[in-house]
Design a binder for this molecule. Sequence first.
Ligand code: N01
Length: 548
Amino acid sequence: MHDSRKPADEYDVVVVGGGFGGVYSLHHMRDLGFATHMYEAGTGLGGIWHWNCYPGARVDTETPVYQLYAPELYKEWQWKERYSGRDEMVKYFNHIADTWKLWKDITFQARVTRAYWDQDKSRWDLRIEHRLDAENTGTIVSTTHCKYVIFCTGFASKHYVPPFAGMDSFKGVMCHTALWSEDIELEGKRVAVIGTGASGVQVVSEVSPIAKQLTLFQRTPNMALPMGQCIRDEEWNKLSKQQYAEQVEKMKTTYCGFLYDFDPRKTFDVTEEERHALYEELFNKGGVYFWLGTFTDTLKSKKANDLAYQFWREKTIARLRKPEMIAKLAPEVAPHAFGTKRISLEQNYFEQFNRDSVSLVDLNVDPIETFTENGIKTRSGNEQFFDVIVLATGFDSVTGGLTQIDIRGTNTCIKDKWEKGVWTHLGMMSAGFPNMFFVYGPQAPTAFATGPQCAETQGRWIGETLSFMRENGIRSLEPTVEAETVWKEHVNEGAEEGLFKDTKSWYFGDNIPGKARESLNYMGGMPLYRKKCAEAQENGYRNQFVLA
Ligand code: N01
């Protein structure tokens, strides 16, 4: 653990959070000559990769795409696998901090709990809770001030635990995947997993072979795709370093920032044989090619989508030996359009359900009634006993990381402002919150882009904005209400286009009771997003921002 706790101080920029957005912003703002400091609640860097240390945690975006683009970083780094495990990601973050000499400007175990804008002084006053070392109890509080604050709290920093009845009565071990403790024993145990998102799929795959018994409580099957994991050897790394600069240019032109894009053809533009051949080719590549590299209408046309689902289903049921598992994991009628909930990448996930020690409770048929002292009881009256319950139940995604902080601008707090829906401009600023920025948050490409690229794109824009303000003697800058309204319309238009809107998912806030339903992400793609960000800077920011 590196801890350079600082006394209350004044900075140009404070960065909150140490994931991709945070490390890039700290480095970049410092490079531009701003006195910058980062506060990170955890004991190390990595953001989601620091916290989510559950068994099997692994990245779903392949190397070399999932890294920051800086020659001094990638030239000195060797990737080990096509999809990196959580521990490798943590090492990569340490490599970033070593190379960019970030450590001295980071305070760990320091959670920013409050940010108040001081209009007279044109600055943010931050309250920081420092967690004391293990032998002490409680926290100490410090205050710091900054001209600009950049929240890099990510889209998955507030975990969600559904309010199941009787949770407190369970006497065994219970843990949410996002707060995993590495000393939880699973070998030879009776394990329950609730949830089938990326976290649930990975836990089931990793733990089933070692558990005495594993029961998955599933509300929605995950149309998971084979990961196609493989080793990245020295030869691959050498070639990758030679090609990377060129590849980055290519990545800038694609929807998510991958090295490939949707196939420009539509599903029924080709013959059945051609279609099948493309499906096979994409599926066999592993990864998300069959989701985000397939026919351009797959996520837009129901008819096209049905064909993709049926292809996925055939591939999947060929791996399942028990008819009841086929019905639950890959039902004949798709529970939602293929790919409109986040698809996970899997390694032998489906094969786990061929084991006699693995069972699956379909919560639509037999919902959880209550947790008991010894396990979980469902409505049918069936009580199963467990030693460990894994809550893979997700996050108050995209907005939760910000709304859990007491952020007060000129006349309101962010939680109240976003109570009935999110209002931002470019997914980076919000009217009434001058000099406040956020990265990888709401109404930005976030879940529809690779993390590092989104962080770099937004970090650069923020850097340009701060430099512009400094050069022009501007003390504060915030978007106009009109600009926010136009942005919201643009975000919603993008979400109206495809099939995503017809499926309940965290993309639309559906997983959190009472959360307003709307597109939390910008679905227009990275190239259009960059264009919109550049347009906002025209005429010295005066068209879309209030400058003072
Ligand atoms: O969370 P999720 P996650 N009763 O929200 C279920 C990133 N990430 O942690 O689908 C029963 O996807 C819920 O059911 P349903 C990544 O972007 C990435 O898995 O709403 N079940 C769902 O199955 C990812 O997408 C990586 O019907 C309940 C599950 O819990 C995002 O974080 C690794 C329930 C939650 O799935 C979130 O992933 C980890 C209830 N009351 C995270 N409430 C990788 O790259 C919820 N569920 C590998």
